[in-house]
Design a protein around this ligand. Structure first.
Ligand SMILES: *[C@@H]1O[C@H](CO)[C@@H](O)[C@H](O)[C@H]1NC(C)=O
Ligand SMILES: *[C@@H]1O[C@H](CO)[C@@H](O)[C@H](O)[C@H]1NC(C)=O
Ligand SMILES: *[C@@H]1O[C@H](CO)[C@@H](O)[C@H](O)[C@H]1NC(C)=O
Ligand SMILES: *[C@@H]1O[C@H](CO)[C@@H](O)[C@H](O)[C@H]1NC(C)=O
Ligand SMILES: *[C@@H]1O[C@H](CO)[C@@H](O)[C@H](O)[C@H]1NC(C)=O
Ligand SMILES: *[C@@H]1O[C@H](CO)[C@@H](O)[C@H](O)[C@H]1NC(C)=O
Ligand SMILES: *[C@@H]1O[C@H](CO)[C@@H](O)[C@H](O)[C@H]1NC(C)=O
Length: 267
């Protein structure tokens, strides 16, 4: 029993020792390569980029020799990625960076910028670049926002309505109509944070032949038009047809009547 106990204690001690060693190692490792959290960014800037394009984020310009450059990223889903470069050893390190679309813009010994290509919605987040020099640390933070242009369509709906769609835009688009009608607009948030806006209108007691749907969005505005009087057009055809038929009947009657009179005359 005693033996067993002593063995237990020894084992715990040894584990503790191992734990302390690994923690210390981690800390030293962090301090030398990932020197984040040492400086507070004096300024953050907002950066809006289109989805599926290439974006380049820059580090602050340092006034003297750069020792270490660290990019730390916190994505919108709270996952993170840290990339560091040491000039003395010309070595890069990274931590939990699994997305291959994000990389150094070129060789880090030439350019400290970070490149995202192509940009996806999941890349939204906070990108911080810290440059360590003998004179102190320089820091710049970028709040990255991803914009998605909506797909716009306009069509005739049921019951004489007209429907305008702005599908999967980010942020949500705004829809307006010319002329103004009786409209009902709904927004649907999709899983990837894009929004579909649907506006259904009708112009009941007015003579409106053509309507336009105007979609306003940060990525660019769009306007589509559609003719409404397709029903009227059909009734116009029916009226013409009826009129033409009547005309034919009248002509036939007149011709018949003249013929009849001539026959009478000849007698
Ligand atoms: C910059 O943004 C980060 C992350 O949102 C925030 O923690 C920090 O306080 C901001 N800095 C300034 C100066 O606003
Ligand atoms: C950094 O320097 C480059 C040229 O060397 C300049 O174009 C750029 O504007 C500078 N950036 C800042 C934040 O001062
Ligand atoms: C991310 O963390 C912040 C604060 O730590 C929390 O408010 C937010 O809900 C988290 N977001 C997600 C998507 O987990
Ligand atoms: C840094 O290392 C890369 C290869 O990893 C090499 O191509 C480059 O020339 C090196 N730069 C310097 C300044 O030594
Ligand atoms: C069309 O109008 C009728 C009567 O006004 C209504 O009952 C029906 O739900 C409408 N259909 C649609 C698709 O709005
Ligand atoms: C967002 O989700 C919608 C619906 O699932 C999809 O049609 C659209 O392409 C997605 N957009 C992006 C940028 O992933
Ligand atoms: C889009 O329309 C809005 C008004 O709805 C206007 O303020 C904005 O300047 C327009 N943008 C472009 C790029 O034309």
């Amino acid at each position: 029993w005693i033996k067993f106990n002593v063995f237990n204690v020894l084992c715990i001690l040894c584990m503790f020792n191992f734990y302390v060693k690994s923690v210390t190692h981690e800390v030293v490792h962090h301090a030398s390569v990932f020197s984040f959290s040492l400086c507070v960014c004096p300024a953050n800037t907002s950066l809006s980029v289109f989805v599926d394009t290439r974006a380049v984020l820059h580090c602050p310009n340092a006034t003297s020799n750069v020792l270490v450059v660290t990019w730390s990223v916190i994505f919108r889903d709270n996952t993170s990625c840290i990339r560091a470069y040491r000039t003395d050893s010309n070595k890069t390190r990274e931590k939990t960076c699994t997305d291959e679309r994000i990389s150094w813009d070129s060789r880090p010994d030439q350019n400290f910028a970070l490149r995202i290509n192509p940009v996806a919605i999941t890349h939204e987040g906070y990108y911080k670049c810290e440059v360590v020099t003998p004179d102190g640390n320089f820091c710049h933070g970028h709040h990255l926002q991803v914009l998605v242009p909506p797909k716009v369509t306009l069509s005739l709906g049921e019951n004489g309505t007209t429907v305008c769609w702005a599908v999967a835009g980010k942020p949500a688009a705004q829809i307006s109509w010319t002329p103004m009608g009786d409209c009902h607009t709904v927004e649907e948030r999709l899983g990837n944070d894009t929004v579909t806006v649907q506006s259904t209108c009708h112009w009941e007691d007015r003579q409106v032949s053509e309507v336009s749907c105007f979609v306003s969005h940060v990525t660019g505005n769009k306007s589509l038009s559609i003719e409404l009087n397709q029903g009227n057009y059909l009734s116009l055809l029916v009226i013409l047809y009826v009129k033409f038929s009547l005309f034919l009947v009248i002509i036939l009657v007149i011709v018949g009547f003249t013929y009849f009179q001539r026959i009478n005359h000849c007698r």
